[in-house]
Write a protein that binds this ligand. Structure first.
Ligand SMILES: [Mg+2]
Length: 225
């Protein structure tokens, strides 16, 4: 073991997607049926459960991108139907969600992301995220200078499952010093701590941003001193 590393959550920590999943479904529907209107609020109930990260205790094994998205199609189509979209249109729109969700143009890197990564330039940076198969391509397209990307869709496990953190440690080269930084108290912080990795909560519920987290890492101060 050698070196130092930070495991970074992606969505809500390093970057965010405008409108998130419900907004993406609105956009995908507009591609196939511009005359059918649906509100993001009406889609949300159908998206509250059924994504792989809603059942993190269940491993599903590594899938390729087509299989991962294929398994998600019934959930996406069901969300449309639940919002009043006719089933044939819902199926067409669900098939367009993939290209919409993974379009880098819809993603914004937070203002403190690049400065924090630079401040921790002596650390190996690994993205460790419950996310879609295309996350490595998306991270590269957004210009994030990270050393590795572990997405749950490829790993077959979701945070807070310990298997995801083991995958993160492996991608980081089994460093002797490692931290987890993320905006989810359960998936990121409790999950990491359960795997023996000190964690820092950011952005949520009054938690600090990434530059403050970087200073805590440099000072060796864990989330719960
Ligand atoms: Mg997050």
């Amino acid at each position: 073991m050698s070196g130092r590393a930070v495991l970074w959550d992606f969505d809500g920590t390093l970057a965010a997607r405008t409108g998130m999943w419900s907004g993406c479904l609105v956009s995908a529907l507009a591609l196939v049926a511009p005359d059918v209107a649906v509100a993001a609020d009406d889609l949300r109930p159908g998206l509250r459960d059924g994504f792989p990260w809603h059942a993190p205790h269940v491993g599903y094994g590594a899938r390729d991108g087509d299989a991962w998205w294929g398994a998600l199609l019934p959930l996406l189509a069901g969300a449309y139907v639940g919002a009043g979209v006719p089933a044939p249109v819902a199926a067409l729109a669900a098939a367009r969600v993939r290209e919409c969700y993974t379009d880098p143009a819809h993603w914004t890197v937070f203002a403190d992301t690049l400065p924090a990564l630079a401040r921790l330039g002596a650390y190996r940076h690994v993205v460790l995220s419950n996310h879609v198969p295309e996350l490595p391509v998306l991270v590269a397209a957004l210009g994030l200078p990270v050393d590795a990307v572990v997405t749950s869709a490829a790993a077959g496990w979701e945070k807070p499952h310990a298997a995801m953190f083991l995958a993160g440690l492996d991608a980081a080269g089994s460093p002797e010093e490692v931290w987890m930084v993320g905006d989810n108290a359960v998936a990121d912080v409790a999950g990491a701590e359960g795997a023996g990795i000190p964690a820092i909560l950011v952005r949520t519920g009054g938690a600090p941003g990434l530059l403050a987290a970087a200073e805590r890492i440099l000072g060796g101060v864990a989330a719960r001193e």
